[in-house]
Unconditional design. Structure first.
Length: 407
């Protein structure tokens, strides 16, 4: 159980940051040093507590917004990298994390930097060391490594009605609700896609606003344009009148994605079947692409064309093919193996046909109540596991257990 020392701690209104600086440390001496530092620097909103990394995770996970700076003591942590991985899951990517330890270990230091930790300090902690590490005037930790940023994920399809938005919306929901990531959903149809209806939301025309004003964007501006589903899932969309011109300026989407990736673990881009300038820019700045197809001859041909189209991008984003069954399976459909042979690559996951749960959920703006262990929600869970790396970790754990048993 942590012992707390709060200095002018501001709870603020809903959605506001609870504190600019949060620190959990293992001993009173370090606590006193931190108190001296924040008082000398006249930091107005801080939270200092004596506790371990589990206390840190429990505290931060309850905040609606993460702090600017987070100092965590690794004393007593048997698996510091694993513990910091758990901490990363409850923090926004923009959080600047400083780890504190008792051993000067270069290997550990490098591993922490790869995880996205901004710096690693060795006890005993001093006020001067903190002043050299945390630059309050710039609001930054002294740079050691490139800061951690969120991941941009593009979901596109080979034809209309194939279920791109259905898959994208439910993937975003799963990441926000089940894996506790902070997710921004961007519907790139400026004339109004189906995402808002599926989520039970109204658009505020935020997408066209930021596309038109990309030269003067800042994090606060972008955040005001988002529509909140809950405290982890936000939507950027618009609904232009048909016949009006869509504001598509070169470089606008890239600027928006940069700002969103500073505050969200995942930015889901619903591209639909678009192959225009916005789609090009989305693909050029994607860390991952999912291409949705169905078991028709037309979709098979389009999959091959679109894979070539995606692979011409300068960044060549890793692309996975998802095979969806949006309609009841009938005779005459392309066999799954024939489909994979035709496109000359494997299918990551095949999503089964769901006759009722999805339609009901989309009309009500709710999560599908599909309880099948091999159904639609199970497929979404597997796609999310592939994206977050949890599926690979589970496979490694299973392989390790199997190896131990064989011995």
């Amino acid at each position: 159980m942590s012992t707390t020392t709060e200095l002018s701690f501001s709870k603020g209104k809903a959605g506001a940051r609870a504190a600019d600086f949060i620190a959990f440390v293992s001993d009173r001496q370090t606590e006193q040093t931190l108190k001296s530092f924040v008082l000398e620097q006249a930091m107005p909103h801080v939270h200092i507590a004596v506790g371990n990394i589990d206390d840190t995770i429990a505290y931060v996970s309850k905040l609606e917004r993460s702090p600017v700076f987070l100092l965590v003591d690794l004393h007593g942590s048997v698996m510091p990298l694993s513990d910091l991985g758990r901490l990363a899951e409850v923090c926004e990517p923009s959080v600047q994390v400083v780890a504190l330890g008792e051993r000067n270990d270069v290997g550990l230091f490098r591993s922490l930097l790869k995880l996205g930790v901004h710096d690693y300090l060795v006890k005993p902690l001093t006020v001067e060391l903190l002043k050299r590490t945390i630059n309050l005037s710039d609001g930054k930790v002294a740079p050691v490594v490139r800061s951690r940023a969120g991941k941009t994920v593009t979901i596109t399809g080979t034809r209309g009605g194939i279920g791109v938005t259905t898959v994208a919306v439910n993937l975003a929901r799963h990441l926000a609700d089940q894996t506790h990531r902070r997710v921004a959903y961007v519907d790139l149809n400026p004339y109004g896609g189906a995402a808002n209806s599926m989520l039970g939301l109204q658009t505020n025309h935020g997408l066209t606003d930021v596309l038109q004003n990309h030269h003067r964007l800042d994090p606060q501006y972008v955040e005001r344009t988002l529509v909140s589903k809950n405290n982890r899932l936000f939507v950027l969309s618009s609904e232009l009148e048909y016949g009006s011109a869509a504001p598509i300026n070169e470089g606008a989407l890239a600027r928006i994605l940069t700002l969103l990736c500073d505050s969200f673990h995942y930015v889901i881009l619903d591209v639909g079947t678009r192959v225009d300038a916005l789609a090009n820019e989305a693909l050029d700045h994607s860390a991952r692409v999912y291409l949705l197809a169905d078991r028709s001859v037309h979709s098979t041909r389009e999959t091959m064309r679109r894979l070539r189209y995606i692979e011409t991008r300068d960044n060549v984003p890793p692309t996975s093919v998802l095979l969806n069954n949006p309609n009841a399976v009938t005779s005459g459909r392309v066999n799954t193996n024939d489909f994979a042979n035709a496109i000359n690559r494997s299918v990551l996951h095949e999503i089964p046909f769901e006759p009722k749960a999805i339609a009901v959920a989309e009309n009500l703006g709710e999560t599908p109540k599909d309880k099948s262990q091999q159904g639609f929600t199970h497929a979404i869970s597997r796609i999310a596991g592939d994206l977050t790396g949890q599926q690979m970790e589970a496979a490694r754990s299973l392989l390790k257990k199997f190896s131990i048993r064989k011995r």
